[in-house]
Design a binder for this molecule. Sequence first.
Ligand code: PML
Ligand code: MG
Length: 247
Amino acid sequence: MRASQKAADADIHISGAEGLYAKSTIGGVVKEYSERALHHPRGSVDRIVITIEEILSEVIEAKPLAISTIECGSQKQAKDTALKLLLNMGISLKAASSAFGVLEAKTSMRGASVINAKSGKRLEPDKKRGIRASMLGIEPKTKAAITRSIEKLKGSSTTIIEALAIASKVASCPLIIAEICISDDPDYTTGYVASDRDGYIRIKNIKQKGSMAGGRVFFAKPGSDIALIKEYLEKIPVMIKSTNEQH
Ligand code: PML
Ligand code: MG
């Protein structure tokens, strides 16, 4: 689903969501997605596009990243924490600064920016749209187990689970080293840094309440072919599923 609001120069992205679902559940999902778009904290929408597509190709499985949370008292502390984590994951200072530039820009993108983890150069072919991690779902038992495990966390469990599913697919892409996300919802101030090695690390207070800025940045291994990254993230179906040891 993608929903937007017309504006003088370009449409403003309001809401987006995706999933892999059993055919029998489609009616309920369409209702849920349209209602989400119609009552979104980013503003009113005048266009909602819902695409329903049968998956015929093989669905790959990927494990959900382990969740941890870092409490930060201020935006500065949260940004410093995110930066430290990224540097520790092998992201250069130049690339991390380039990412913060994208995440703090006034207009947020529908998709994510992909940045070379060393040079900091943006790689996505369409800089306005970005690359949207799509064709991903979370297997119902895994979703139920994660929902139970995050009950005590303050935050919307739907938001956390959907973000975790995206981060887990992104981390399963061999050409991506790490991701940083700051929600573009004005009332949601928790962001995250994620990687296959370190898991899904939530960072509290990474933005000021009321800000419409935010988005996602994926850091690519230097020398990666952006066409392969785009193909994997947008076209290859991935179901997030726990292994038995994770339950
Ligand atoms: C979004 O708005 O889609 C991003 C949500 C980030 C969720 C962070 C968390 O609370 O785990
Ligand atoms: Mg959002």
